[in-house]
Design a protein around this ligand. Sequence first.
Ligand SMILES: [Zn+2]
Length: 216
Amino acid sequence: MQYQVIKSKRKTMAIVIKPDGMVVIRAPLKTTTKNISELINKYQHWIERKLSQINNIQKHNTELYFLGRAYQLEMLEDKFSNVELGINTIKSYADSIEEHKIKLIDWYKSQAKLLVMPLLDKYQKLLALKSQSIKITTAKGRWGSCNSKGNLCFSYRVAMLPEFVIEYIVIHELCHLRHLNHSSLFWELVASTYPQYKSAEKWLKTHRYILANLFI
Ligand SMILES: [Zn+2]
């Protein structure tokens, strides 16, 4: 087992396992190599268990999409959950795979809300339509929905799409407030509001397989 020893003015020894699996021994200045190997022997099972947990999480590391771009998902072990968007990575901190999923979905939900709300405002005014309620859901199978009561739902996964596709999805659902079907009148309204809707549909079609196989 590889580990790093950091000696400092402290009274007791401690084993710290970093999110990337690095084992660090913090020890008082007078600590000997024998003291350290005794400590490691004593806690070997605990260290191994921790490292295998981290290993298990790392195995699930994969790609995610945000605003139409692929990001490397890095899941790091931490008891404080958090999600950080980097230039090419989405870092998730949590202490189990389930917790990573929950936190990532929460993060996508709040991003989806930020992206969808201004578009709804804009197009509700433009089309003189008003929804009864708007919800960001954890639905995985559909991007959005509209019911006869005028309630609109959008999946947290819309935040994975490029902005021009999110715009199309918002318009698509809003147009259902007038036509609750996919009739030619419905498509005429979509096309006149958003002439480039076909390229958005095409994007969804070409990315369908990738998007369906993401971690969340
Ligand atoms: Zn529809």
